[in-house]
Design a protein around this ligand. Structure first.
Ligand SMILES: [Fe+2]
Ligand SMILES: [Fe+2]
Length: 370
């Protein structure tokens, strides 16, 4: 079987029968239409790290949809398609040990190095050498540990990346953006695709380059951020809708910050509205309502029996739900996404009761502990 298709086998979307079938057809068609050099670079990526290829496919799925909804020409849509598929080929420079390192290990490495986790990004707090020493310490014996370190160093040396060994994991990860541009150039990919890939993380660029970044690349940025957030561990296209709300809210917040930094385009806001329209109404309220009702039931019971102690967990869940409801309402409002009126009203009511109950119960926990 085609390696690109084989790696996408476990990837499905949930929707109507027609949408699910169209997604399967999209896989076939996308791979069929690749030119020889495009296929070669993507096969290289899939051999290196299959989850990155799956992620790229999901980014393409959203970015192309956005491009079509925003009325881009067929030529521009095609450029977005290929750039989204190729945006992360720079991950070829990033060792899979780091790409697959779970967050729990990031935390453990920071603690080992600093005695605690410092504020800010975890990957800024340790170097690649710290990481490999940490992994080597878990090897079954000294010999295996030494081999792991030797292989890792050699891997970096062969790619002329050994400079990164004593630099932060963050700097090394950021490097994948310019590596994408370099690798695409080596494979003779079209210049426009390279420019899109080279700016898909505008936050890594200096102010001048950020302002000069091609506008349409923002579709890839938004689809990339969204998909990365809903796939926190591995590729999970079925990520629950609460996570989707949280991801959309974070992106909206970042777009507003960009606005103050002078690089906000109304284009990006429209794109986010389309993304919200795609991912929000399909059952978000239906999913929230029973969870909210369960939460309200728990909190009411806790109040009635005065047994505040057991359920700090329930209060936290209620507060998370209340925040999600606020987020849905804000997103709908700011992005002009229309939810049915009666659903909005229901959420409004729930929000108030949840906040009131969780506040009262939380207060109860506080006083009973004191
Ligand atoms: Fe990236
Ligand atoms: Fe990405």
């Amino acid at each position: 079987m085609d390696p690109l298709l084989a790696a996408l086998r476990e990837l499905h979307i949930r929707g109507t029968k027609g949408e699910e079938l169209a997604f399967e057809e999209l896989k076939q068609q996308t791979v069929r239409e690749l030119k020889e050099n495009e296929r070669r670079v993507l096969e290289h990526l899939v051999r290196h790290h299959p989850p990155t290829w799956k992620h790229s496919f999901m980014v393409m799925h959203d970015a192309v949809w956005l491009a079509e909804r925003l009325g881009l020409s067929a030529d521009d849509v095609q450029a977005i398609r290929l750039a989204a598929l190729c945006h992360d080929v720079g991950k070829l420079d990033i060792h899979p040990l780091l790409l697959d390192l779970p967050r729990s290990d990031h935390i453990a490495i920071c603690k080992k190095k600093h005695g605690r986790v410092l504020p800010g990004k975890l990957t800024k707090q340790f170097t690649l050498y710290d990481m490999i020493l940490y992994l080597a310490a878990q090897a079954p014996n000294q010999q295996a540990a030494r081999k792991l370190i030797r292989n890792f160093e050699q891997w970096l040396r062969e790619r002329k990346l050994d400079d990164f060994l004593h630099r932060s994991a963050y700097e090394y990860l950021v490097h994948h953006q310019e590596a994408s541009a370099r690798i695409l150039r080596e494979y003779g990919i079209d210049g426009r695709i390279i420019r899109y890939a080279a700016t898909h993380h505008p936050e890594y660029l200096d102010a001048a380059k950020r302002k000069a970044a091609p506008r349409y690349a923002q579709l890839i940025t938004i689809a990339d951020k969204f998909n990365a957030m809903i796939q926190s561990e591995g590729v999970r296209p079925y990520a629950n809708r609460l996570l989707r709300v949280e991801a959309l809210t974070i992106i909206l917040h970042e777009l507003k910050q960009d606005f103050h930094a002078g690089v906000f385009h109304s284009f990006a806001r429209r794109a986010l509205a389309e993304l919200a329209a795609r991912h929000l109404p399909s059952g978000i309220v239906e999913e929230l309502v029973p969870r909210v009702e369960r939460s309200i039931g728990l909190l009411r019971r806790a109040l009635k029996t005065q047994s505040f102690s057991p359920d700090a967990q329930a209060v936290r869940e209620a507060q998370r739900l209340a925040a999600a409801i606020v987020a849905v309402l804000t997103l709908c409002d700011e992005l002009h996404v229309t939810l049915e009126h009666h659903l909005l009203r229901t959420l409004d009511e729930y929000e108030e009761e949840l906040l009131r109950l969780s506040g009262t119960v939380f207060h109860g926990i506080g006083t009973s502990v004191a």
